[in-house]
Design a protein around this ligand. Sequence first.
Ligand SMILES: NC(=O)c1ccc[n+]([C@@H]2O[C@H](COP(=O)([O-])OP(=O)(O)OC[C@H]3O[C@@H](n4cnc5c(N)ncnc54)[C@H](OP(=O)(O)O)[C@@H]3O)[C@@H](O)[C@H]2O)c1
Length: 341
Amino acid sequence: MAQSETVRALVLRKAGEGIASAVERVPESALPEGDVTVRISHSTLNYKDGMILKGLGTIVRSYPHVPGVDFAGVVEHTTSPLYQPGDDVILTGWRVGEERWGGYATKARVRAEWLVPMPPGLDARRAMALGTAGFTAMLAVTTLEAEGLSPGDGEVLVTGAAGGVGSVAVALLARLGYVVAASTGRVEAHAYLRALGATRLMDRATLAAAPQRPLQRERWAGAVENVGGTTLAAVAAQMRYGSAIAVCGNTGGNETPLSVIPLLLRGVRLVGIASVMVPLPQRQAAWHRLARLLPRDVLDTLTSSIAPLDHLPALADAILNGKVRGRTVIDLGLCKEITRG
Ligand SMILES: NC(=O)c1ccc[n+]([C@@H]2O[C@H](COP(=O)([O-])OP(=O)(O)OC[C@H]3O[C@@H](n4cnc5c(N)ncnc54)[C@H](OP(=O)(O)O)[C@@H]3O)[C@@H](O)[C@H]2O)c1
């Protein structure tokens, strides 16, 4: 088969009880249905990608599978009036990389309405330094603003701060003029978080246990909460009267011993952030705002590594163990050789 008719992809296959992965050449005709084919230059690694790469949960139901919930690249073919060949585009969410083949490949075929045109000021690599994590952080900050948060209200807490969503949230809040407190389990990330704009660094152990009392000293004017579990309960007990928590993540567990008392006596609001199916106008607005707010040097600070496809299985272990700082960009131009294993 001619090289031009194949796509280089990280393919997951069932192997007994587990998952095997290999960088393979697959026929372009095997890509799913869609009206736009994108030549992908960059993808990235999110926590959910880590779960998919390790076959955890029931996110992927059909194998062989090409994961990667985000990608950026150039439109190659299209039958949609929305795009022209040569247009730079971003995709995050829509269950791409979950229910259908995703961004860990040199090409993807998707529906035009899922794509976002590359906003001015961003390129593919830097868009993937944001990816779903950055998009989610932008949604969280915009949500807190819609709930009434303004700079000058007091400190805003970000948990899981050295991770992807956390890092971008710290940077965004700082650029918008908020005083940012970053909760992290990694002392070695303190200088990095200060560079992104955090002014208070907290050991995440102080928020790890369920609170002894449902109401504690009012500390936080808002919170971007990425951990869930007991941490969400601990954060809720410290929220100020009338404040809101943007509930983004569950790295610390799905079940929470949250008391309703902070909600009833302080009017604390919990607002869930769901990034996958956000409608296009809101999606485009978030990407434009990200591009406006975060200059290139901040995006480069957020990028801890730029890796080839075949590093992803090892990187999946790292992100699931909380060892990835900030964001990992996957460069599809790296790793020309086909590897199996
Ligand atoms: N709602 C949505 O649409 C959406 C979108 C994207 C992501 N998410 C979720 O948001 C969370 C963060 O995603 P991400 O891509 O930013 O992941 P990430 O890069 O792995 O960051 C997660 C961070 O959480 C902290 N953490 C990990 N395990 C922990 C534990 N057991 N207890 C306390 N803290 C822990 C660590 O921060 P420190 O090292 O700083 O302590 C880690 O860096 C995940 O749960 C993900 O599924 C949700």
